[in-house]
Ligand binder design. Structure first.
Ligand code: ZN
Length: 391
């Protein structure tokens, strides 16, 4: 039976069908009973929603080995994720990373481009170039782009991006016009979190935070199975949270904020300036700490304390059982772990349960994969609209 051509695009489904697809992608395979429970539907109403999806081939019954050949009630439902393709892009200050992934977030192909500069036209041209390399645009349902800045969960405009120095750039429309692919933007920490939840180390966890360190300090939150965006889409601004009454200044002049201790720039300056080595990078700094350099040891111990305070306060406020650490600055984890663990213990509410704190090391491909997951999730919200600034 050849049904491939009839498979509907995720974005064309009605709200109930999208809810089924979303549940199966997030937690499938699921039995009909479990699916009905999750969607708060009666078995009869679930059957009504799933029947056209089964007929079209979008979802199917998984063969359940424990059932007999007529074991229909127990046969779990699955979605054939490989039939839907999404592109994800992560833009850093000097490179563009892109992946093509299926609806489950499984990466099929990837590519990247170096950026010669941060001018809008040049960056957009490089994104278009790498996107086209990843395949025929007509075979792709949507493109997601993750970048730093003040963006809502599903957005069309880049705002307040420090490293590109962009503000008010309608990137989604520019890319859509050039590629013909429906495009959505998202803050990069939140996009990474979406990938972690969909098909990364957060899969199966209902509540957790992803705390990122690197060029900046970022936070993504999943509460009750949802990536949280908040009324302004700007949940997670922990970069300038004050974690100490003393300490260095961040670039905005805050004393003792998280960024003043934790960004790669803060750490390399904190070690390089007193040592008279302005060319300090993170690897060299880590090497110095391993050799017992006192300045390096103190700076990493301070960074660990800052990270520990952040983790403890997140857990105190939100009651999170798990915090996943990520980002390109995570190479310092072994060095900062002792002071981080001590600060978590010191700052945790006496009645709080200690969280599991795990590291998720990845390259920027993983951030691009998260952006592809955002594109898929965007197709599954109802309706798939983007946040747009008032004209
Ligand atoms: Zn600050």
């Amino acid at each position: 039976m050849q049904r491939r051509a009839e498979i509907p695009a995720l974005g064309s489904l009605g709200p109930s069908a999208r809810a089924v697809v979303r549940a199966l992608l997030l937690a499938g395979p699921l039995s009909r009973a479990e699916l009905a429970r999750r969607l708060e539907r009666s078995p009869a109403s679930l059957t009504k929603v799933t029947r056209p999806l089964l007929v079209s081939g979008l979802i199917r019954e998984e063969s359940a080995p424990q059932s007999d050949s007529r074991g229909r009630p127990g046969a779990p439902l699955v979605l054939d994720a490989s039939r839907h393709r999404f592109l994800g892009v992560k833009v850093t200050a000097d490179e563009v990373y892109a992946v093509r992934a299926d609806a489950s977030g499984q990466v099929e192909a990837s590519g990247h481009r170096a950026l010669g500069g941060v001018g809008k036209d040049a960056v957009v041209a490089q994104i278009i170039d790498v996107v086209k390399e990843l395949g025929d645009p007509s075979s792709v349902q949507a493109l997601g782009v993750g970048l730093a800045g003040q963006m809502s969960r599903f957005d069309d405009t880049v705002r307040a991006n420090d490293y590109l120095r962009w503000d008010g750039v309608p990137l989604a429309r520019l890319l859509e016009q050039a590629t013909g692919i429906p495009t959505v933007l998202s803050g990069d920490a939140r996009a990474l979190t979406a990938g972690v939840q969909w098909s990364g180390p957060g899969r199966g966890l209902s509540d957790f935070a992803v705390l990122t360190v690197g060029v900046g300090v970022g936070l993504g939150l999943v509460l009750e199975d949802r990536v949280i965006a908040g009324p302004t889409g700007r949940v997670g601004m922990v970069g300038h949270l004050r974690v100490s009454d003393s300490g260095p200044l961040c670039t905005y002049g805050h004393r003792g904020c998280a960024s003043a201790f934790l960004t790669t720039d803060a750490i390399t300056r904190g070690i390089g300036v007193p040592l008279g080595r302005p060319d300090m990078d993170l690897d060299t700094a880590l090497g110095l700490a391993e050799d017992g350099d006192e300045v390096a040891l103190r700076v990493f111990a301070d960074a660990g304390r800052a990270l520990g305070v952040l983790i403890a306060e997140l857990v105190n406020v939100l009651g999170l059982p798990a915090v996943i650490l990520a980002g390109d600055g995570l190479g310092m984890l072994a060095q900062v772990r002792p002071s981080m663990d001590a600060a978590v213990a010191e700052h945790l509410d006496p009645h709080a349960t200690a969280p599991s704190v795990v590291a998720f090391t990845s390259g920027f491909d993983e951030w691009a994969r998260g952006a592809a997951v955002v594109a898929c999730q965007w197709m599954l919200v109802d309706p798939p609209t983007r946040h747009t600034d008032p004209a």
